[in-house]
Design a protein around this ligand. Structure first.
Ligand code: SF4
Length: 230
């Protein structure tokens, strides 16, 4: 019997150890078990925003049997949820609450943008009160297209999430590598006369200062022209 090493050379294996299992990496041994447990117990949050939520509710009903995927346990609290399914139109009024709920979910946590509205604003993209995609504020793991997506499409998205979980490794999981416990918390936007993304405050201040300077310059020019004319 031979095996190939990293340099693709064949190495002869002595007969007395041919039936043994050699572990070369603990992560490779643990990852499948770790991911198998997580992928089959993703608990979504009870959380709906608009018409897409009706399809999500249908998906949770008996006809589609989400229990096959270990996902039937919709939780009514973010503290016990692994997955936020953003199902519906994301309005500026709702976004501070959505980001706060996300921050309250324990890691590892996932976000799914269900439907055209959550993915990019959908038919209401140009509305004065609509955020054009939840990914402007939260990291999205899976996008499910459609208006609304069917239960089958949502299940397909859930399977895509399982495939993503399968690719993760204990050795590189970001949620075990935090020196700062606030890492991973997202700034909660402020709803004033319009939505203020606090991550953009420096840019907003710079633009406001630029606008004020331009106004002052225009006023000075106008006053000078008035003085010359008078
Ligand atoms: S994507 Fe379509 S079905 Fe879903 S919330 Fe938007 S308008 Fe409603």
């Amino acid at each position: 019997m031979t095996v190939s090493d990293a340099g693709a050379r064949d190495v002869a294996v002595p007969d007395e150890v041919a039936n043994n299992v050699v572990i070369t990496s603990i992560a490779k041994l643990l990852d499948p078990a770790y991911n198998w447990a997580r992928r089959n117990s993703v608990w979504p949050m009870v959380f709906g925003l608009a018409c897409c939520a009706i399809e999500m509710i249908c998906t949770a009903a008996s006809r589609y049997d989400l229990a096959r995927f270990g996902m039937e346990v919709f939780r009514a609290t973010p503290r016990q949820s692994d997955l936020m399914i953003v199902s519906g139109t994301v309005t500026k009024k709702m976004i501070p609450t959505i980001v706060r709920l996300y921050n309250q979910m324990p890691e590892p946590r996932y976000v799914m943008a269900m439907g055209a509205c959550a993915s990019g604003g959908g038919p209401f993209k140009d509305g004065y009160n609509v955020v054009d995609g939840i990914d402007k504020f939260l990291p999205v793991d899976v996008y499910v297209p459609g208006c609304p997506p069917t239960p089958q499409a949502l299940i397909n998205g859930l399977i895509a999430l399982q495939e993503k979980i399968d690719q993760q490794s204990l050795a590189t999981a970001p949620w075990y590598k935090k020196d700062d416990p606030t890492t991973g918390l997202y700034e909660i936007p402020v709803l004033g006369p319009d939505l203020i993304d606090v991550r953009q405050l420096d840019r907003i201040r710079a633009e406001a200062a630029k606008y004020e300077a331009q106004k002052a310059e225009e006023t000075a020019v106008a006053e000078e022209a008035e003085a010359v004319a008078g």
